[in-house]
Design a protein around this ligand. Structure first.
Ligand SMILES: [Zn+2]
Length: 350
């Protein structure tokens, strides 16, 4: 529960997060407050515009659409429009026509900042009353790219509002998590974006104690060995089954005592929106296994590139392997595209 930010405080919060902000005409007084309540506010909702924003002209047309709306949906259609270059165009500081009716259970979960969101299977709650809305310019076809600058601006805009209200990343949802039938934002996962917002909101790390002076290199055995393997043989991964990924060989490493590594995967189009998890596995001579922490990545709908880092200790007799599991998204076929390239790079010590 919170009183909505004034126009001044909204602007200050966004600029304070390091965003480039453009104030569009009468954004301070341009709203739908005559049609319903604005507040108490409980969260931030992310959308895509279903418009292009590759040129300045297209960007301005998208901003105009969000300011004015159209015959069946009067504007403002959000509070801020986030362009591909990361600029935020403010079009409203009041009630805006972006969220529509959504699920009361989701609303309650946002109010409670619950760890998980229930399914959005009801449309019984006025979202325009309770949510700030950001429209990111993207066609939402799974192919229109999401530049880093734009993703960073989404992270910053959501974090700015959470910071101003004292909310956590769990107060940020996607339209698709609110209203049945909505798919936006499409092209990145909201769990992933919430993870970024969480990191941004985390208190600055305490300064580390000064490192101990590095011991003089003495024995050759202290020297790390470079380790680099790659393959571009396509490999198909079944859905929902941990599968070992050979990278030119199944056992990526043996004879090491510890190692650092990053596996880089390229997964080709067509990829349904989904989740890929990866983990390193140590296989002992008796066949028993140690499995490392799971790292989760979202597929983007187009070609996806993902990194899985790990650093671990290992017995020289153990074999280091890498496994992935694929969970399909909810709106496409359960067959993932093939992994078309894989490589591992790192260092190991004997
Ligand atoms: Zn939307």
């Amino acid at each position: 529960m919170a009183t909505p930010l004034s126009a001044d405080r909204l602007l200050k919060a966004l600029r304070g997060e390091g965003l480039r902000v453009v104030e569009v005409r009468s954004w301070r007084t341009h709203n739908r407050n005559h049609k319903g309540a604005w507040g108490p506010v409980n969260g931030v909702m992310i959308h895509h515009t279903v418009t292009r924003g590759d040129t300045a002209k297209q960007t301005l047309a998208s901003v105009e659409l969000c300011y004015n709306g159209h015959s069946s949906l009067p504007g403002p259609l959000c509070h801020g429009v986030i362009a591909k270059d990361g600029t935020v165009y403010l079009v409203s500081a009041g009630r805006a026509n972006h969220a529509g009716s959504g699920d009361d259970d989701v609303h309650q979960a946002v109010v409670n900042e619950s760890a998980t969101l229930p399914a959005d299977n009801e449309a019984n709650t006025d979202g325009n009353r309770h949510f700030y809305g950001f429209e990111a310019i993207n066609l939402g076809d799974g192919k229109d790219p999401w530049p880093d600058a734009q993703l960073e601006a989404i992270e910053k805009a959501a974090a700015a509002i959470c910071r101003a209200h004292g909310w956590s990343h769990r107060s940020v949802i996607g339209h698709l998590e609110w209203q049945p039938g909505k798919v936006d934002p499409r092209g990145f996962g909201m769990d992933w974006m919430r993870g970024r917002i969480k990191e941004r909101l985390a208190p600055a790390p305490q300064p580390k104690p000064a490192p101990a002076p590095a011991p003089a290199p003495s024995e050759e055995t202290d020297m790390p060995v470079n380790w680099s393997l790659a393959t571009d043989t396509p490999q198909t991964v079944p859905a929902a089954k941990w599968t070992t990924i050979p990278i030119s060989r199944t056992d990526l490493l043996t004879g090491a005592t510890h190692y650092t590594a990053s596996v880089h995967l390229t997964i080709e189009d067509p990829v349904p929106l989904g989740t890929v998890q990866g983990r390193f596995v140590h296989v002992r001579p008796d066949g028993s296994r140690w499995t490392g922490p799971i790292v989760e990545r979202m597929t983007t709908g187009g070609a996806s590139f993902m990194d899985f880092p790990h650093a671990g200790s290992v017995e020289p007799t153990e074999k280091v392997r890498f496994e992935v599991i694929y969970y399909p998204g909810n709106n496409d076929s359960p067959t993932p595209g093939p992994i078309t390239a894989a490589r591992v790079r790192g260092l190991y010590w004997k």
